[in-house]
Design a protein around this ligand. Structure first.
Ligand code: NDP
Ligand code: ZN
Length: 357
């Protein structure tokens, strides 16, 4: 392996660009991987352009990829150089107390299981480091295209987590606020989890069409007036059983509280890039006694989740390919792919850059 590598990094708030960095070291439990395909996330946009996690200098961007293992540490048992792997966006330290408590995504502190492009360099470089390789990597399932496999890093496990947090059960009427690539996976997951009526909120035509294919039954545009008014009209004033939030802003929690029935649950996986305070409407929250649960979470990462969720794809229950609307060939297109994720044109769901076939 060379000593130096090229990397696409956050230079400062508002600016990303190419830099040269040292190739990362491999500890005994770690792996060093090289990307086969990279996906841009809305979170990369929040990080660079909104400074949502603070000012970072020369931090390599990216947490979504499919990769090939190039080196493993002496203690790694299940992976070897040459293996093609799924790489979760969240890579907990599995022997931490937080992981033992069931929250590996917060191993080492709040959000600290989210290491790539947060606690350490991300994956948009010729080589990147994976901690706890046996606990975090998963083999690329036979037949899965590395381009589609990038959707497994974050979109699938996060979309599914929204449904887990909202505790969707058979027959629920479910509202999914936001049908970008994350919310679309929440729609698919809610349908798999037994939702009956599935109301999707979003406007990009390509996303509305995809939501329909993934199982949405009703559609709302937040541009046509308050979401809560539209939901109440559709449900004869009753509201919905569960809400998944995968878009919007700090005010969307208030909307969700207004839409959900007493005893209902709200699961949010939205990354709030700006705003200081999340408002909860007092009256619609039952003046504090409405039994309306609000849960916000970072998706749990790790190998078992990757293996289980990718088997949904293998056995034909989940289509990843529909998420990839923009495919670029080669490293040099990464800046363009980040820019298009920032611009969100009407035909965009997810941009992916293929590095190697
Ligand atoms: P997109 O920006 O692609 O999609 C956002 C969706 O929300 C779109 O459908 C958009 O509609 C809709 N929307 C925008 N504004 C509003 C509004 N005011 N009210 C209601 N809906 C609105 O985002 P992604 O799908 O890529 O990601 C969703 C969120 O999840 C992001 O904040 C991302 O950072 C976060 N995330 C969280 C993770 C976690 O582990 N918790 C991991 C990965 C991502 P339109 O059709 O008009 O664009
Ligand atoms: Zn992501």
């Amino acid at each position: 392996m060379p000593e130096k590598m090229k990397a696409f990094a956050m230079l400062r708030i508002g600016e990303a660009g190419w830099i040269e960095k040292d190739v990362p070291e491999c500890g005994p439990n770690d792996a060093i991987c090289t990307p086969l395909a990279l996906a841009i996330c809305t979170s990369d946009v929040h990080t660079v352009y909104e400074g949502a996690i603070g000012d970072r200098h020369n931090m390599v961007l990216g947490h979504e990829c499919c990769a090939e293992v190039v080196k493993v540490g002496s203690e790694v048992k299940d992976f070897k150089p040459g293996d093609r792997v799924l790489v979760p966006a969240i890579t907990p330290d599995w022997n931490s107390l937080e992981a033992q408590a069931g929250f590996g995504q917060h191993s080492g502190g709040l959000l600290s299981g989210w290491k790539f492009s947060n606690c350490k360099d991300g994956v948009f470089s010729e080589y990147f480091h994976v901690n706890d390789a046996d606990g975090n990597l998963a083999l690329l399932p036979p037949g899965m295209d590395p381009v589609d496999a990038t959707i497994m890093s974050d979109m699938v496990p996060t979309g599914v987590h929204g449904v887990e947090l909202a505790d969707v059960t058979f027959g629920d009427t479910v509202l999914v606020i936001g049908i970008g690539p994350v919310g679309l996976m929440s729609v698919a997951a809610a349908a798999l989890h037994g939702a009956s009526r599935l109301i999707a909120v979003g406007t990009r035509p390509v996303c509305v069409a995809a939501a329909k294919a993934y199982g949405a039954t009703d559609f709302i545009s937040y541009k046509d007036g308050p979401i809560e008014d539209q939901v109440m009209k559709m449900t004869n004033g009753k509201g919905v059983d569960k809400v998944v939030i995968a878009g919007g802003d700090v005010h969307t929690f208030g909307t969700a509280v207004k839409c959900v029935k007493p005893g209902g649950k709200i699961g949010s996986v939205n990354y709030l890039g700006s705003g200081d305070i999340v408002d909860i409407p007092r009256v619609e929250w039952g003046v504090g006694m409405g039994n309306k649960q609000i849960n916000g979470g970072l998706m749990p990462g790790g190998r078992l989740r990757m293996e289980k969720l990718s088997s949904l794809v293998t056995y034909g229950r989940l289509d990843l390919h529909r998420e990839v609307t923009h495919l670029y060939e080669g490293w040099e297109h990464l800046p363009e792919a980040l820019q298009i994720m920032k611009d969100k044109p009407a035909d965009l769901i997810k941009p992916v850059v293929r590095i190697k076939k």
